[in-house]
Design a protein around this ligand. Structure first.
Ligand code: ATP
Ligand code: MG
Length: 340
């Protein structure tokens, strides 16, 4: 995280912004350069009542300012520059060597990682486990930072954090006071919190932000009103902002998404054919499907720009997410299974 607080960089610090535009932006709640840089032109145009083309120019000014101080990549940069930035990526263990292996060493900073799966497939259990492991030192596979847990389903349980921390021999009290939980009541509340997330990231010095789940409220609320397009727009705005912030702050975002498995597709070996599973498909960096298999869970890597397609087994224990028992016994935990 940068040492200066980015949210203190105000619109007035942008030389090319006219006072009238600044006033209009402030009227819709945009105060900082970061908020402007992570906005979508169409959203601003709608809120302000102006043309998207003009809003794009304002956003470009804000992005330029962040690029100049080295927080956003330039429009064109060398592959070597990108490599330097990617070398800063940190990885956080999921608790299972197999699952870490599938992810190339754990969940990454500078990325949005989506875990999609049916009910009871272990998404929330993984979120609880990551809340503990992210707090661990980097040498132990953690991110060495605090966690923000955005709970839209009222399934966050401090007791479970306590139990997992004890299993890792970490002081549970210390862990409990470094997880900042935000209970969300409806889709507008979630949009509001995400709009302001940069402030919370700085205030709570978070290295990992978990949103469990990203779309359940929108899915439920928009089934009776609005259109699919409206819902998609709201989700796109949120995900766009999170993608930029993951890059600027070098932090990890973990999102969950409940999907129904399509039994036919599972038998045919194609887990991508899931009902409602494609809503976030193009917005997240990595996408992993979870499926129940008796006591075990199967994780399948989808939609990754550089991970190979593969699947692994893991299970859930007192310690949270762990390797499947047979893999632990045979020491096979690092090997990916091929196919289903
Ligand atoms: P949903 O889509 O409904 O939110 P989910 O994918 O988040 O589902 P989880 O809540 O992560 O599902 O997983 C629930 C499962 O985790 C339970 O069915 C149980 O098998 C397992 N589980 C929960 N707590 C423990 C524990 N202490 N020890 C072992 N297994 C546990
Ligand atoms: Mg859950």
């Amino acid at each position: 995280m940068p040492s200066q607080t980015l949210t203190d960089l105000h619109l007035e610090d942008l030389e090319n912004l006219k006072p009238l535009d600044i006033a209009k932006l402030k009227r819709i709640g945009i105060e900082s350069v970061l908020e402007l840089a992570t906005s979508i032109p169409q959203d601003l145009a709608e809120d302000i009542g102006d043309k998207p083309e003009k809003m794009s120019i304002l956003i470009v000014e804000a992005r330029k300012a962040l690029t100049n101080i080295g927080l956003l990549s330039k429009e064109f940069c060398t592959a070597a520059d990108i490599m330097t930035r990617r070398n800063q990526i940190m990885r956080c263990t999921t608790g299972s060597k197999s699952l870490d292996g599938l992810l190339g060493g754990g969940i990454e900073t500078q990325a949005l990682t989506e875990f999609a799966g049916e009910f009871g497939s272990g998404k929330s259990q993984l979120c609880h486990t990551l809340s503990v492991t992210a707090n661990m030192a980097k040498a132990r596979g953690g991110l060495g930072g605090n966690v923000i847990f955005i709970d839209t389903e009222n399934t966050f349980r401090p007791e479970r954090i306590h139990q997992i921390a004890e299993a890792y021999s970490i002081d549970p009290e210390k862990i409990l006071s470094s997880i900042f939980v935000c209970k969300i009541y409806n889709s507008s509340h979630l949009e509001f919190v995400i709009k302001n997330i940069a402030k919370y990231l700085e205030e709570y010095r978070a290295s990992l932000v978990i949103i469990d789940s990203i779309i359940s409220l929108h899915r439920a609320e928009y089934s009776g009103r609005g259109t699919l397009w409206d819902r998609q727009q709201k989700l796109n705005s949120m995900l766009h902002r999170l993608t930029r912030l993951a890059e600027v702050y070098n932090i990890a975002f973990v999102l969950t998404n409940q999907v129904q498995s399509n039994p036919d597709a599972t038998f045919a070996g194609d887990p991508t054919k899931v009902t409602g599973g494609n809503i976030l498909a193009h917005a997240t960096t990595y996408r992993i499907f979870f499926r129940k298999a008796g006591h075990n869970r199967i994780a399948v890597m989808q939609d990754s720009p550089y991970h190979e397609y593969g699947s692994v087994k893991f299970t859930i224990s007192e310690k949270g997410v762990v390797d499947a028992e047979d893999d632990r016994k045979t020491g096979k935990a690092n090997d990916s299974e091929s196919g289903w």
